[in-house]
Design a binder for this molecule. Sequence first.
Ligand code: HEC
Length: 168
Amino acid sequence: MSIIHSYAVRGIRAGVVSLSLVLLTACSSQEEETTTLRLPVSINEVMASLVNHAADPIWVAAWRNPQTDTQWRELEHLAKQLEIGGALLAIPGTGPMDEQWTSNADWRNFADQLSQAAARAVNAARARDVQLIARSGDEIVDVCEACHIAYKPDLPTMNIYGELSPRP
Ligand code: HEC
């Protein structure tokens, strides 16, 4: 009995040791991944495909108010996409300036502010609140402009779709 018992205990101990080894390896490889985290697209592409595209309808909604449930839900989706887009702006991608921009605390702060203003637009859309949509829309455009004044080249670069950014 006791021999069987001690075998069982040893077996469990060995199991615990190898499990923690597995966990250790998993943790360290995860750390490596976060330090080399990189988007497979440029920040300019994030800007054009996600940020700019999702922001426009939020501004429009402030004066042409959504009428149906479907329209409000669409707006909520777009505001969420803008929130995510803001978060992505803090991660470098394939653009020539991406590394330089994202290593700047000021830049990451603008990206974070954009995410937070968009999160308020998400709540406004959920609450079907036209005034809150307008207010978060104003906050959003302030962040776009502030970051563009600080970081965007003077001449419009045009994005991949040939669109111009909002001018201050
Ligand atoms: C964290 C900084 C930052 C924020 C926030 C930001 N942008 Fe940009 N945006 C840039 C930079 C830098 C460029 C130029 C990219 C390039 O040339 O590669 C750019 C480019 C653009 C472009 C491409 C056209 C052009 O003139 O180059 C559009 C459109 C655009 N932004 C729209 C927006 C909108 C709309 C918002 C807010 C909802 C916004 N951006 C928020 C930094 C920002």
